[in-house]
Design a protein around this ligand. Structure first.
Ligand code: FE
Length: 223
């Protein structure tokens, strides 16, 4: 088995009051744990067992007969990114290269934050919001249910869980309050910068460096 059990990079109470200990205990300890257990059960004794989580997602997404495994694997991966999109004492405007990407695409952090809030509010039902780099440009996208940007080649910098289990204990039906808490108190721009730098080091990214924002940001090196 090449898939690590999920971990969370802070204590359950460290994100309070934006996200309560009770929410994290349930969300990480039960919701994501179920995904992990189902992935293990789905691949055990099959050739899928040799794959990494990313490989498993890409392989099973292409085969409708394996979509039960795909959905759980995608949820496992999405949650792994979500935990790392937040930190105690986070929030506010970005810094570093990601800030350059935000300015290049949205003009200002304020416009980015407005589109982030509007996109989250407009998403119907369960799903995810991701901040991704696609073709060298920052984008705010949503997916339904377990949909993950991994399968369309987007490079995800941040994830926000839009399933009600992520916020109902703390904010009841007020998704907007949860989204505000994420932006103002939780988002980890250091992590987003680290993921961007990692992506920028990949050969495929080097071939896609034509975008002006990428050039201004200076994140990619000419080979
Ligand atoms: Fe969740």
């Amino acid at each position: 088995m090449n898939i690590e059990p999920p971990g969370i990079p802070y204590n359950f109470s460290d994100l309070e009051p934006a996200i309560s200990r009770d929410t994290l205990v349930l969300h990480f300890g039960r919701h994501q744990r179920v995904c992990y257990d189902r992935v293990l059960a789905g691949v055990r004794g099959t050739q899928l067992e040799a794959l990494s989580l990313e490989e498993l997602i890409r392989v099973t997404e292409r085969n409708p007969a394996q979509h039960n495994v795909y959905r759980c694997a995608a949820e496992l991966w999405n949650h792994n990114l979500y935990w790392r999109s937040m930190r105690p004492g986070g929030g506010g405007a970005p810094h570093g290269v990601v800030a350059d990407y935000v300015r290049a695409r949205f003009g200002s952090y304020e416009r980015f934050a407005r589109e982030f809030r509007e996109t989250a509010a407009a998403h119907f039902g369960s799903g995810w919001l991701f901040v991704v780099v696609r073709d060298g440009t920052l984008r705010i996208v949503t997916t339904s249910n377990a949909g993950t940007p991994l399968v369309r080649g987007d490079h995800a910098l941040l994830a926000l869980d839009l399933w009600e289990h992520a916020y109902y204990l703390d904010h009841e039906n007020r998704r907007g309050a949860y989204v505000s808490a994420f932006l103002e108190e939780l988002v980890d721009w250091d992590g987003a910068n680290a993921r961007l730098a990692q992506f920028a080091g990949e050969p495929r990214a080097l071939r896609q460096r034509s975008d002006a924002a990428t050039a201004r940001a200076g994140a990619l090196r000419v080979p």
